[in-house]
Ligand binder design. Structure first.
Ligand SMILES: [Fe+2]
Length: 237
């Protein structure tokens, strides 16, 4: 189980325990409805690669991306969690709750997708193997066709935001390439295996506005062992 899975599980368990406690307290007195149920703090994952050795993406770009953009998403997720824990949901203005839940979803998605993004890069790229290679052939025909769709989706996100996500859909028991125009858009029910960041901060320092060159560099730098591991886990969902 990944750290993220553990955190998600812990968050789910925390919410369940909180819900039970909440029900018991609701029988007592109204002011206690606002009792805080703290969400687990998320800790940023360190880079597991040497960013200076990833071909096609500079160490400076990867460090800034990881240490600033990804770290800010984690900070935002924790900050929103603290605010939600303190909020009296029954009394809070709907607009305030809506704003926090919107920010929570965006920060959660950004955190998850950034972690997959960085875990997919390597000094020594690889090709899919094993069960994932079989699934790629089954669902895309061949790697060239997968790549053509994945890269094409990336080029369609030319406004400097969004993600391209290779995901396993347990409902359909197959792989899809998904297009998310921003952090808030993630495929319902899809388990992300590979994520390509199309926010400008992911490429502008190295490629300015040449997204096609960035996309090629990212795909060439993929270490598929991470997606293979996530696929094995996703098949158990
Ligand atoms: Fe990013």
């Amino acid at each position: 189980m990944t750290d993220l899975s553990r955190r998600s599980l812990a968050a789910g368990a925390g919410l369940l325990v909180g819900a039970i406690a909440f029900g018991a307290r609701a029988q007592q007195m109204a002011p206690q409805l606002a009792s805080a149920v703290p969400l687990p703090k998320v800790t940023p994952k360190p880079l597991i690669i040497n960013p200076d050795k990833v071909k096609g993406l500079s160490g400076a770009l990867l460090r800034t991306h990881h240490d600033t953009e990804y770290a800010n998403a984690v900070k935002k997720l924790n900050a929103v969690g603290e605010e939600l824990a303190k909020l009296d949901f029954a009394e809070a203005p709907p607009e305030k709750l809506g704003e926090l839940k919107r920010d929570e979803q965006a920060a959660q998605n950004s955190t998850v997708l950034h972690e997959i993004y960085f875990d997919s890069l390597a000094e020594a790229p690889s090709q899919p193997s094993g069960l994932l290679a079989q699934a790629m052939s089954r669902d895309f025909g061949n790697m060239d066709r997968w790549k053509a769709e994945f890269a094409g989706i990336g080029r369609s996100l030319g406004s400097g935001t969004g993600w391209v996500i290779l995901a396993y859909a347990p409902r359909d028991k197959r792989l899809f390439n998904y297009r998310a125009e921003n952090d808030s858009m993630a495929p319902a029910g899809g388990v992300p295996l590979l994520a390509m960041d199309m926010y400008e901060h992911a490429y502008a320092a190295d490629y300015d506005k040449d997204v096609a060159k960035y996309i090629e560099a990212f795909i060439q730098a993929i270490k598929w062992t991470n997606a293979e591991r996530l696929y094995r886990e996703a098949m158990r969902v």
